[in-house]
Design a protein around this ligand. Sequence first.
Ligand code: PSV
Ligand code: MN
Ligand code: MN
Length: 430
Amino acid sequence: KGQRPLAAEQIGEGNIPHLKNLQSDYDHLAEQLDRRGVDAAAVLKKVSGFTVAIPSWGTGRGGTRFAKFPIAGEPTNIHEKLQDCAVIQQLCAITPRVSPHFPWDKVSDYVALREEADDLGLGFDAVNSNTFQDQPGQAHTYANGSLSSTDAGARALAVEHNIECIEIGRQIGSRDLTVWVGDGTNFPGQQDLGKQLDRYLDSAAQIYSALPDGWRMLLEHKMFEPAFYSTVISDWGSSILAAQELGPKAKCLVDLGHHAPNVNIEQIVARLHRFGKLGGFHFNDSKYGDDDLDSGSINPHQLFLVFNELIEAELEPRNGFDPAYMIDQSHNVTDPIESILSSAEAIAQCYTKALLVDRGALHEAQRTNDTMMAFQVLRRAYSVDVGPIIAMARVNAGGAYDPIGAYRQSEWRLRKAQERRSVGLGAGIV
Ligand code: PSV
Ligand code: MN
Ligand code: MN
């Protein structure tokens, strides 16, 4: 059904020379795992069901606050972004949903947009609202904040925009609204920190009350930027307090790049789950701040430890376990399709390694306070090269053995460079 951007036969043919080696690598790994009491087929099955959403904005070269360096053939609207997402999904087969951002992805007919995505083999994930920049002709500025602004008009506009995002989401088949606001201050004394949070909570409650049944509101915290002295929802503490105040449909979303350096994010994950408030993730990596680098490019071990907590959470669901997994990255130095393929692979790797952890041995070591053995259990899983399992899952699902190699061979970007409007200097996607 539908028209896929790449020829499926070409992907299949490209895999043929690798199939024999893949099978032998997989069999070898399965035998090794079997010796440890791990059933590779069961892991393969779990991995085959794993998915992560693509951010629509990640298909463009986001750039930095200093400059954008767009590449020829970059998508210029949601239709072209969906095509690029479909290419990614065809090649890696674990990214079947797109997380859109409004008004960046605004169109006049969302029912048609949903059909367009469906034809490309895609669905939609969480809808992201944007009250961190003014739109042309906007009646009230967000210069002094949005949901927490002192200006009632700006607050009302921000609430209205979020409710509109819910309505769009309903039409395109989403069930989550992700709310990140840049609201905060740059100077001590600029605002009353308590009252600013009161205003945020009041506005957020209005959005919350517009959530349809089965919907969730995901509150995304971030330590700083664009506000550099204080941020209204700066950390997981503020996030969970706000989510608890709002009600059961409000959950917390953890963007891996939104914490102070060295913060123990896996512990945050465990905490949020403990209180039934773990709503979702924005996967990326960072070295200094909200760098939005490719997942696993800086600290893959941290990503593994996060997934280790997620598997623990899944095994002990308490009040449920249903986090929305999304990538959130966008930068300036690679072809975004290649970067998302690379991130999807890194995320799948860490998930797979976490599945390999011998839970029985880990829990026993924890019970007996055998610290070294507990650590060794994690290390043993982390050091396995799980590539053959992931490649097997991908190839079985019709994806490419070597996604980036197949992408280059398809010359997709080159072809789009001839067809798509040039984004030119400074006209990149925000
Ligand atoms: C903010 O830094 C953020 O992580 C939020 O998820 C935004 O929606 C996204 O980046 C895009 O700017
Ligand atoms: Mn994010
Ligand atoms: Mn961010």
